[in-house]
Design a protein around this ligand. Structure first.
Ligand SMILES: Nc1ncnc2c1ncn2[C@@H]1O[C@H](COP(=O)(O)OP(=O)(O)O)[C@@H](O)[C@H]1O
Ligand SMILES: [Mg+2]
Ligand SMILES: [Zn+2]
Length: 526
């Protein structure tokens, strides 16, 4: 039996079957409806997003004898001949293989003759940017005075290589990359029609790997079916893609959130068995961290490309500071990965670095990274230099007014307070706390909000595991609030960074040899 590849077998035959690209389809249907077709269209976009497909559907719609809601009927002789690739008035050219001027000239010379069968002669010129300059001129001449019975449908992945003279005579449509979710549903639909068993997680992996191209996605699906012997299970797809399925990366992040070094090394081992590209793994990790950071700030910033439950779980387990730190370490690690003796050990070091500098308690020394912009007046080159170093940090002092058993600042961190409530808590001093009552002191000038106090009371209760009454006394105190401590610490850190930069001999060398100067206000500790 002949196996026809899925991408060909499932090429949409009418506008309704096209996935996505609504903006294009809608305009074309409107034009058909009002009989206002342009004589030349240019479809642009990356490979496998529907350029050729839409051009063929439009060619059919222009000539179909029995349009159904402006969709080609699929049964008239025009539609059938066109679908079978034997419609005489459709001239399809792949410019990539026909770039000589004579070819194009021959082709276009025939444009003046009336169509033999349909209403219009349609030229589809694929990869039109590959035409030579002479061929473009020949095309341009026809485009300038197109015979009324001719339509040009041009397609390209690279519109920048098309002369503006040609561009200006076309109505241009830019096709979008397809979303993983769109590719996923199409794969799901096709497999159901084909009666092929699959696991949803497998399709998730494939639709991401397709990288926005439906054709690439369907080719991967073809491969997966062969690999899985007629089925599409997740394990096989994972192995086939060789890239790491998201699950281990998620697990890795969760182990990191829990500070579990053994689990981290275990997971890396598991990932290594899939012989992945570790830089890819790191990339995935950065993408996840980015999502986590977004969702921590804007809880509604949900992206359906990601596993929402996992992102939410990480967002609640990691503090925003952790996320920023991991991201920063990952980013720098990405750059240094190629310098490591081998990618796996490089990756392990990045993960361990994240673990080492995870600011679980305030007593640990954090990583400090300093960015300096250095501008040389002699040349327009602007370099951004990034120095990463560890600076020992003063132990955070604790604000407890009297007899309190715990450190208010670390309680605030542990309660994972956000926004207004955190701000409020940072401005309080803990006077006392016991099984029933927590007493805080706040400056009488601070503008209080009942809502923050309510949220704080609930958080305290959750933190202590017992009902707690919150009493807030408005009075002056000489004890530093966490807000004051943090400001002081920030100033100390800032001063330490400035000192580090000023005493760095690499920077001194840059200053000496290139006339570099450190832009005031650009040194920032991270
Ligand atoms: N928007 C889409 N909707 C449904 N299938 C698509 C879409 N885009 C591409 N495909 C699938 O990919 C194959 C190749 O698409 P094609 O239109 O030739 O891509 P290109 O943009 O490279 O011209 C089609 O046969 C079809 O199976
Ligand atoms: Mg194409
Ligand atoms: Zn028809």
């Amino acid at each position: 039996m002949n196996y026809q590849v899925l991408a060909r077998k499932w090429r949409p035959h009418n506008f309704t079957e096209v996935v996505g690209q609504e903006h294009v389809v809608k305009s074309l249907i409107n034009a058909l409806q009002h009989n206002r077709l342009h004589h030349a269209y240019l479809f642009t976009g990356t490979r496998g997003v529907g350029k050729t497909t839409i051009a063929r559907i439009l060619a059919k719609a222009i000539n179909c004898e029995n349009l159904q809601d402006f969709n080609p009927c699929g049964v008239c002789s025009v539609c059938r001949e066109l679908d079978e690739g034997r419609f005489l008035d459709l001239i399809e050219v792949d410019a990539a293989s026909r770039t000589k001027v004579e070819d194009t000239r021959d082709l276009l010379d025939n444009a003046q003759y009336a169509p033999s069968h349909g209403r219009y002669k349609v030229y589809i010129i694929d990869e039109v940017h590959m035409l030579s300059g002479h061929s473009f001129n020949a095309l341009l001449k026809t485009l300038e005075e197109p015979p009324p019975h001719v339509k040009f449908l041009l397609a390209t992945t690279d519109p920048h290589k098309i002369p503006v003279t040609v561009l200006s005579r076309c109505l241009q449509f830019n096709l979008k990359r397809l979303l993983p979710a769109q590719i996923f549903s199409q794969m799901e639909f096709i497999l159901q029609q084909e009666n092929i068993e699959f696991e949803a997680a497998a399709l998730k992996l494939l639709s991401r790997a397709a990288d926005g191209s439906m054709r690439d996605g369907l080719s991967l699906l073809d491969q997966a079916i062969v690999y899985g012997n007629g089925k599409v299970p997740t394990e096989d797809v994972r192995a086939m893609l060789g890239t790491v399925a998201l699950q281990p990366v998620d697990d890795l992040l969760i182990a990191l959130a829990q500070g579990d070094a053994a689990a981290i090394l275990d997971k890396i081992n598991e990932i290594a068995n899939l012989t992945p590209d570790f830089s890819d793994v790191l990339q995935q990790m950065l993408q996840i961290l980015h999502r986590v950071a977004l969702i921590q700030q804007i809880p509604t910033a949900v992206d359906h490309d990601f596993d929402i439950d996992m992102i939410a779980a990480l967002a609640s387990q990691l503090s925003p500071e952790d996320v920023q730190l991991f991201y920063q370490i990952g980013l720098v690690g990405q750059r240094d990965l190629s310098l490591a003796p081998d990618p796996r050990s490089g990756f392990e070091m990045v993960m361990l670095r994240m673990l080492t500098f995870k600011p679980v308690t305030l007593q640990q020394s954090p990583v400090q990274s300093v960015n300096i912009q250095q501008v040389t007046p002699k040349s327009p080159i602007k370099t951004v230099l990034s120095v990463v170093e560890t600076v020992p940090r003063k132990e955070a002092s604790v604000a407890v007014a009297s007899g309190g058993e715990s450190d208010w600042l670390s309680m605030i961190v542990a309660m994972k307070l956000n926004g207004m409530t955190r701000e409020f808590a940072n401005n309080c001093v803990l006077e006392s706390i016991d099984d029933k009552v927590c007493t805080l002191i706040i400056d009488p000038d601070y503008i209080r909000s009942a809502r923050s106090e309510e949220v704080l009371q609930k958080a305290l209760q959750a933190y202590r595991g017992t009902p707690v009454n919150l009493v807030v006394k408005a009075k002056k105190t000489t004890i530093d609030t966490p807000a004051v401590q943090l400001t002081k610490e920030r100033e100390d850190k800032q001063q330490a960074s400035v000192d580090a930069i000023n005493s760095d001999h690499n920077i001194q060398a840059l200053k000496d040899h290139f006339d570099a100067r450190v832009l005031p206000g650009t040194i920032e500790p991270v």
